[in-house]
Design a protein around this ligand. Structure first.
Ligand SMILES: [Zn+2]
Length: 280
């Protein structure tokens, strides 16, 4: 499932080619994504509106349009946004072939680019907000894990929660953008067991966790995200951040730091791996 680094990689891929341009045609193939009447309405609302900015809030991509409306994507489990352009394909680099399943939606732009939304499991979401309309999910969304929170705020928020630290990091109301991969990797980097209660972390542990989150997320963005299954960047390529993983899906393997066998547990219903020696 794409987390903050994967969505950020896609965002950066889309900004250059698409900002300053507008959609000229919209095709919705999957009525579960946008109902047929909604598709016609969406096309009327989008067409001719320049894309002014593409931002990210946690795992959401937020496109700001010239009239102040927003087009918002959430990739959920298997969503992929892939840029396509015949011209660019001839120059190399931009993927032309669909990725296994047909696209659910296709946005065609006035300058020959198109953006296809693929989504094998069909849990992904697209929604449109008229100018001035509040975003329903926004209030429920915590501060962005990379851009939204100072060290002191992060530590104060940890101190106020008695839940276990790993599910807390993955709770989008607490912090937006972290999922099962980067929660485990950041906790390994910080030397903290995933089962620890958040309010029991010492000041230096909380400090280390704040730093570990940033280093882990920035490292993953630098490597264009983790492709463990479906994730592709907006050019249709795999990321390489999975090569940096120390614990994610590595239960039973030796710890990279100390050689001890990594332990796999279930925590909050999710597979979780940690080193019983390096993480306290
Ligand atoms: Zn270890």
């Amino acid at each position: 499932m794409p987390e903050l680094p994967e969505v950020e990689t896609i965002r950066r891929d889309l900004v250059g080619p698409l900002v300053g341009h507008s959609v000229s045609h919209l095709e919705v193939r999957d009525p579960r994504l946008v109902a047929p009447r909604g598709a016609a309405l969406l096309e009327r609302s989008l067409c001719g509106q320049k894309w002014q900015a593409i931002e990210r809030k946690g795992k959401y991509l937020d496109v700001l349009l010239a009239d102040g409306s927003h087009l918002i994507f959430h990739l959920r489990m298997t969503g992929q946004l892939v840029l396509r352009s015949w011209k660019a394909a001839q120059q190399g680099g931009i993927l032309e072939k669909p990725l296994g399943s047909p696209y659910r939606m296709l946005l065609q732009f006035d300058h020959g680019f198109s953006l296809a939304f693929f989504d094998q499991r069909r849990f992904g979401e697209v929604f449109y907000l008229r100018p001035g309309r509040p975003w329903p999910g926004e209030k429920a969304l915590g501060p962005d894990a990379l851009n939204g929170l100072s060290r002191e705020d992060f530590i104060a928020r940890l101190k106020s929660k008695t839940t276990r630290v790993k599910p807390l990091l993955m709770d989008q109301h607490f912090l937006a953008g972290i999922g099962n991969i980067y929660a485990q990797e950041a906790l390994f980097r910080a030397g903290i067991r995933p089962t620890r209660r958040a309010h029991r972390l010492t000041r230096s542990e909380a400090d280390r966790l704040y730093d570990a989150l940033h280093v882990t997320l920035l490292g993953a963005i630098k490597h264009r995200g983790s492709t463990s299954r479906n994730y592709r960047d907006a050019l249709g390529h795999r990321g390489s951040a999975q090569d940096l993983h120390a614990v994610y899906r590595k239960g039973g393997q030796p710890c990279l730091r100390c050689g001890t066998t990594l332990r796999a547990i279930r925590l909050g219903g999710r597979g979780t791996v940690y080193c019983p020696v390096c993480q306290h």
